[in-house]
Design a protein around this ligand. Structure first.
Ligand code: CA
Length: 390
């Protein structure tokens, strides 16, 4: 469409005048707001954003543990940077203020403002909490993030923690874990009999059902527990985090796949009073910083696990083994039984299970034609071009 000479000459000028007018109007409105705030606070020049907050964050991890421990430190850094220092978070390792397994109570009672750990550690207090970390043969990392943020999971988690004055956020994900460290080969379910293993959550019940003994020990004590024979086996996370704990020095066999933790989600918990004391902009930053820390952990594990595995196998003599199919099948049957028992005993766990299972069925069906189909196709075409050497 042709423009007239008049339009060509004067349209830019008119736009410039309109923008200038808008700037003046916004400026007047903003100075009016600032004046209102000065009156409200009674302090000349003070705005919403001038108050400073200092949080204590307790964690279930040793201080400065790579991987799992990085989320709390990242959260603190993001908050400091985004808020210009208006909310600073001091991170304490397990045992510095409270022991690892007292993190939940410390945040609930306001001893600390926030905490970082894993929901399934609180299973004895809140049976439904296992769903908010991981359950055997359950959702992977991508799926649990989908369920939590778009499938109703977060609302149920907040309901479960509300009686404890705690607001939970997703605080990281390990991706698929390893099945764990053993000092004997696992060739059948017979080899699990009498085995004392550190394995938390619903998987602990499954392991006990399979003939072993499940114990709950914080990460910082695993090396010594395995070394002194307090336990015969342990699961922890995956190559990157297990290398950091030095578990290869006290166990010979490293088993996969992590049937029991296919996408363990960590938690970042905040005392409700501490959260509600923040102005809305800092509350929004807490939400965004947690979301960023959640994704960052998965990214880091994805980037570092393979190099750590190569180091374990090639430089530390670790023997990598896959759990036999019949052992996995037996563990699956045990998982179904443990799940039925959990939801029969706890009404909230039953409601969470309904939501989780609905999402799970849909995700599994769709992954048949998406993630799973793609990975199978990728292997198929590459293997066809590069036949395995005998
Ligand atoms: Ca684990």
């Amino acid at each position: 469409m042709a423009a007239s000479n008049f339009e060509r000459r004067f349209t830019p000028l008119i736009i410039l005048l309109l923008v200038a007018a808008l700037v003046v109007v916004i400026g007047l409105w903003a100075s009016g707001r600032a004046a209102e705030q000065s009156i409200n606070t009674g302090v000349a020049g003070a705005g919403v954003g001038d108050e400073h907050f200092h949080w204590k964050m307790v964690t279930t991890w040793p201080k400065n543990l790579p991987g799992l421990g990085s989320a709390a430190e990242n959260f603190a850094r993001y908050m400091d940077e985004m808020s210009g220092g208006r909310l600073t978070v001091h991170v304490y390792g397990a045992g510095e203020i409270v022991p690892a397994f007292e993190v939940f109570d410390a945040v609930s009672q306001g001893v600390a403002d926030a905490g970082h750990g894993a929901a399934y550690y609180w299973k004895g207090k809140i049976p439904s909490a296992v769903f908010f970390t991981t359950v055997p043969f359950g959702l992977n990392a991508q799926e649990i993030n989908g369920w939590l943020h778009y499938g109703g999971g977060l609302e149920l988690w907040r309901e479960a923690y509300a009686p404890f004055n705690i607001i939970p956020f997703a605080g990281g994900n390990t991706g698929v874990q390893m099945a764990g460290w053993f000092n004997r080969e696992i060739n059948s379910t017979e080899d699990l009999q009498g085995l004392k293993m550190r394995i938390p959550g619903l998987a602990g019940d499954v392991f006990a059902e399979a003939g072993g003994t499940a114990v709950r020990i914080p990460g910082g004590e695993l090396y010594t527990s395995l070394q002194t024979g307090v336990i015969d086996a342990t699961e922890w996370v995956g190559p990157y985090n297990d290398l950091a704990l030095g578990l290869y020095e006290v166990a010979e066999y490293y088993y996969y796949p992590g049937w029991h933790e296919p996408g363990a989600m960590l938690e970042l918990i905040v005392n409700r009073d501490s959260f509600e004391a923040l102005p809305p902009d800092l509350q929004a930053m807490v939400t965004v910083a947690a979301r960023a820390a959640n994704q960052d952990m998965l990214d880091e594990f994805t980037a570092r696990n393979n190099a750590a595995l190569q180091d374990l196998v090639n430089n530390h003599g670790v023997k990598l083994r896959r759990l036999p199919d019949d052992v996995l099948q037996a563990l699956y049957r045990g998982s179904e039984k443990a799940m039925r028992q959990l939801i029969a005993e706890d009404p909230l766990a039953a409601r969470v299970y309904d939501s989780y299972k609905r999402f799970y069925d849909g995700a599994r069906a769709y992954h048949h034609i998406s993630e799973q189909a793609y990975i199978n196709a990728r292997d198929m075409v590459i293997d066809a071009e590069e036949p395995q050497q005998p």
